[in-house]
Design a protein around this ligand. Structure first.
Ligand SMILES: *[C@@H]1O[C@H](CO)[C@@H](O)[C@H](O)[C@H]1NC(C)=O
Ligand SMILES: *[C@@H]1O[C@H](CO)[C@@H](O)[C@H](O)[C@H]1NC(C)=O
Ligand SMILES: *[C@@H]1O[C@H](CO)[C@@H](O)[C@H](O)[C@H]1NC(C)=O
Ligand SMILES: *[C@@H]1O[C@H](CO)[C@@H](O)[C@H](O)[C@H]1NC(C)=O
Length: 509
């Protein structure tokens, strides 16, 4: 029985971001064991901000915290490099992104995350905003190289202390920390020493870093994630070269897109499993926390009713979602990937299968969008890349309808998510504050989420991406995903209409 065959997903495509956490019973016969899943929901559409016309439904006025289960969590999310700033200070070592952004012309306006929205110095203010706007939780990531400037060895206690202050402040204000250990930001030293994720040496390095975080922060942090979107790290970093470290066939940084993405994914999976194993063996009983992973989801529907297109859509799901979720659940890669990638696909040893299998207590899913998929009849005799291995054609009808909630329903148990929509970076403050489209999206999404819960999906929470406008990787500051507007000249925070909407629906009576 294939977990991924349960999914049915439709979605209205547009620039939407957020995360959803849910629980799921993916094998009823299996010890009645329930995994909880965190679902991070991100929907993105190439055609831009204005194309999607999301209207609130008439049911929306009924929306409030009260219609959700009592312990349902509403939070916001961010990542270290995107919001912290203080990147070249405070004893932090560089990550592969600090190096990557230096390439002239790579990022619009040559922007970097050196300062970004300076949460390093504004965290109290940001936590006050979370509190004032009635959120329950904050998902942030720890910058590995802020703690271990060289990835391993020497500890930067100033960095260790920053996260202590952040965590303590969150707890003081009643905001639950959800801590992610890795969001694209590998310490540069490990890239330079042994090509980072391409080397099996990375597994112990990551597990040691994770272990240190569990030991230091686990008395207060009860919700952990190992990785945010490891597939993106593998595919964008090593197949297309769009993200750091920019490796791909023909790239000036080296690389081989037929083989490196698979090696990197394999080492990411083993690193995740090793960290989870440390947590479970050394800390979980005492600390009583949960650990999981955040994966990026795109849904694929067959373009026609033909058997070939159906198989192709499932294959796309396998390559996109199953590449990670299948081994993390069952201990092996999906059969379609094994059949196509053959000897280029690394294998798990028997011991590794045992470690990797069921290596999450909950799962985060970042949902972007959906595509129609056609079987590609023209198959290259020689492999070219991970993406080419899918053997599909993308059909990008803009009104692809994604019934994400149907998927949740079919999975049966879902958690927590936030969604917002992108705005161009150069909107003025008055324009920026009036993010009506984003508010409409949230209204509709959270309403449907509520209906899915009513239908039996055990969703435990929902995290909006993101609290603040911030450094959006290759887009620099030209794309605004926050529910709080940032004036990048002085880093002042201005809550938008969407934030005020959250405040209203999230108020406790
Ligand atoms: C980015 O940096 C390069 C090299 O210094 C320069 O030629 C280019 O004009 C810069 N771009 C912008 C938008 O400032
Ligand atoms: C990439 O790696 C494969 C498998 O090792 C090899 O056959 C191929 O020649 C390499 N391609 C390039 C461009 O180096
Ligand atoms: C189908 O696969 C071939 C061979 O890899 C590739 O060149 C072509 O671009 C693919 N077609 C589409 C529409 O993606
Ligand atoms: C904002 O940026 C977009 C492209 O990024 C550009 O087309 C538009 O003219 C800019 N608007 C203003 C007011 O500068």
């Amino acid at each position: 029985m294939d977990l991924l065959n349960y999914y049915q997903l439709t979605s209205s495509s547009s620039l939407i971001r957020g995360s959803l956490i849910f629980k799921m019973n993916f094998r009823e016969s299996f010890l009645l064991f329930f995994f909880s899943f965190i679902l991070l929901f991100l929907v993105q559409c190439t055609s831009g901000y204005k194309t999607n016309n999301v209207k609130p439904t008439s049911r929306v006025h009924k929306l409030s915290r009260k219609v959700f289960p009592d312990d349902f969590i509403f939070g916001t999310a961010a990542s270290a490099y995107q919001v912290e700033g203080e990147a070249l200070k405070g004893g932090r070592g560089p990550s592969i992104w600090d190096e990557f952004v230096k390439i002239p012309g790579l990022i619009p306006y040559n922007a970097t995350g050196d300062v970004t929205v300076d949460e390093y110095h504004h965290f109290k203010e940001d936590i006050d905003i979370m509190k004032e706007y009635n959120f329950d939780a904050y998902r942030f990531s720890i910058s590995w190289s802020r703690i271990f400037p060289n990835g391993t060895g020497d500890i930067n206690w100033e960095g260790v202390d920053y996260y202590n202050r952040l965590i303590d402040r969150l707890i003081l204000k009643g905001i639950t920390p959800y801590v992610n250990l890795y969001h694209y930001d590998l310490p540069l030293t490990l890239q330079n020493e042994y090509l980072g994720w391409l080397s099996p040496k990375i597994v112990d390095a990551f597990a040691d870093y994770a272990d240190f975080c569990f030991e230091r922060y686990g008395d207060r942090v009860k919700n952990w994630f190992t990785f945010n979107e490891p597939r993106v790290a593998a595919a964008m970093g090593y197949d297309t070269g769009f993200h750091a470290p920019g490796r791909a066939t023909g790239s000036r940084f080296g690389g081989n897109s037929t083989i490196e993405p698979y090696i990197v994914a394999h080492n990411l999976i083993l690193s995740h499993a090793a960290a989870v194993n440390r947590y479970r063996e050394k800390y979980q009983i005492d600390q009583q926390g949960k650990i999981g992973i955040l994966l990026d989801f795109v849904w694929y529907e067959p373009h026609t009713y033909s058997e070939r297109d159906k198989v192709a859509a499932q294959r796309a799901i396998d390559f996109h979602i199953g590449w990670f979720l299948h081994p993390l659940t069952y201990g092996y890669y999906p059969k379609s990937i094994q059949d196509i990638v053959k000897e280029r696909l690394p294998e798990f040893t028997n011991d590794e299968v045992e470690l990797v299998k069921r290596s999450y207590d909950y799962l985060g899913v970042n949902q972007y969008t959906a595509y129609y998929i056609k079987d590609n009849a023209t198959i290259n005799p020689e492999p070219i890349s991970y993406q080419d291995d899918w053997h599909v054609e993308f059909k990008c009808e803009t009104h692809a309808i994604i019934s994400f909630l149907l998927m949740l329903y079919l999975i049966k148990k879902i958690v927590n998510n936030i969604i917002c929509m992108d705005q161009p970076g150069n909107v003025t403050l008055p324009q920026g504050l009036q993010d009506t489209q984003r508010r409409h999206f949230y209204q509709n999404y959270i309403m449907e989420l509520k209906r899915a819960i009513d239908d039996g999906a055990s969703v435990i929470g929902y995290f909006a991406w993101s609290l603040l406008d911030n450094f959006e990787w290759r887009l620099g500051y030209t794309s605004r995903f926050g529910i709080v507007y940032i004036d990048f000249k002085d880093n002042k925070r201005y809550p938008k209409e969407s934030a005020r909407w959250f405040k209203k629906i999230l108020q406790r009576s």
